[in-house]
Ligand binder design. Structure first.
Ligand SMILES: C[S@@+](CC[C@H](N)C(=O)[O-])C[C@H]1O[C@@H](n2cnc3c(N)ncnc32)[C@H](O)[C@@H]1O
Length: 230
C-alpha cells in the first residue's frame, strides 16, 4: 500500500516526517535532532540517570525512532541500563526509515546499524539492541494499551500535537500514565498548552515549565510525587 508520509529537512540538518493525513510533522521544523536532545535527553534522561544507573522508559509515539536512537547511544556511552518500551500504532515502512539521515549527524561509526536494528526489531517482543539497551515496541494506541503499575522511571510523551489529537492528551490518558510511573518518575513533553498542564496536574503530577529548544518558549517536565500511593 502507498504510504504518503514524506521526509522533510529541518533547520539543524536532520530529517523529520510530515504526515499529510494528520497534517502534522513529527518534530520541530527548527531542528528534529536538537529538539529531541533538548527535551527528551537533556531534560529527561540526564536528570533521571543522575540518581539511577538502570531505568525503564515509556515512549508514546516511536515514530522515526530518533528518541530511541539517542537514548540507546546514551546508554552505550554512559554504561546506563535502559529498558525502552515504545507505543507506535502506525510504524514507518522501511522505504522511509532507511532514508532518515540521523546517523550522518554523528562522527562515530556503527550508528546506522543501531538505528536499523531499532526499526527492524519485531513488535510485541523484547529485543536486545546492545548489551545494556533492550527495546519493546508495541503496536497499539496509548488509549487502548494497558500499562503495568509503577513500571517506568521516565516517560517521553511525544504524540502528535493537541490540535490534531486532543484525545491523546486527556486527563484519563495522563492518569493511566501516572499509575504506570514510579514515584519520583518524570514525564517530559514538548507541549506546554494550558489544557496539557491542567490534565497533567489533575492526574497528580507536579508541573515545571522549562525553557524550550529554538522556536519554542516552554516545555513541560511533570514529576510524580515521591509520596504518591497510586
Ligand atoms: C510527533 S510524532 C513523534 C514520533 C517520535 N517520537 C519521533 O521522534 O519520531 C507522533 C507519533 O505518535 C504516533 N501515534 C499516533 N497516534 C498514536 C496513539 N494513539 N498512541 C500512540 N502513538 C501514536 C504517530 O504514528 C507518530 O509516530
Amino acid at each position: 500500500m502507498h504510504d504518503n508520509r514524506t521526509i522533510l529537512l529541518t533547520e539543524d540538518g536532520s530529517h523529520t516526517i510530515y504526515n499529510p493525513e494528520i497534517g502534522d510533522i513529527y518534530h520541530s521544523k527548527f531542528g528534529a535532532l536538537s529538539e529531541s536532545e533538548h527535551i527528551f535527553i537533556n531534560t529527561g534522561l540526564k536528570q533521571i540517570t543522575s540518581t539511577q544507573q538502570t531505568i525503564c522508559i515509556l515512549e508514546v509515539g516511536f515514530g522515526t525512532g530518533l528518541n530511541a536512537l539517542l537514548s540507546c547511544l546514551y546508554a552505550i556511552n554512559n554504561s546506563t541500563g535502559i529498558c525502552y518500551y515504545a507505543l507506535e500504532p502506525f510504524p514507518l515502512p522501511e522505504t522511509i526509515y532507511s532514508k532518515l539521515n540521523y546517523s550522518h549527524q554523528f562522527t562515530e561509526t556503527g550508528i546506522q546499524e543501531i538505528f536499523m536494528a531499532l526499526h527492524a526489531a519485531p513488535f510485541n517482543k523484547q529485543t536486545a539492541i546492545s548489551g545494556n539497551f533492550t527495546l519493546i515496541k508495541v503496536d497499539s494506541p496509548v488509549e487502548e494499551h494497558k500499562l503495568n503499575d509503577k513500571q517506568f522511571d521516565l516517560v517521553y510523551f511525544d504524540a502528535f500535537s493537541p490540535d490534531v489529537q486532543p484525545g491523546v492528551w486527556s486527563q484519563k490518558i495522563f492518569q493511566n500514565i501516572y499509575k504506570a510511573t514510579k514515584p519520583n518518575g518524570i514525564l517530559v513533553t514538548y507541549s506546554s498548552r494550558g489544557m496539557v498542564k491542567r490534565n497533567l496536574l489533575n492526574a497528580g503530577f507536579n508541573i515545571y515549565k522549562l525553557p524550550g529548544p529554538r522556536g519554542k518558549r516552554e516545555i513541560i517536565k511533570a514529576v510524580k510525587p515521591s509520596t504518591s500511593n497510586d
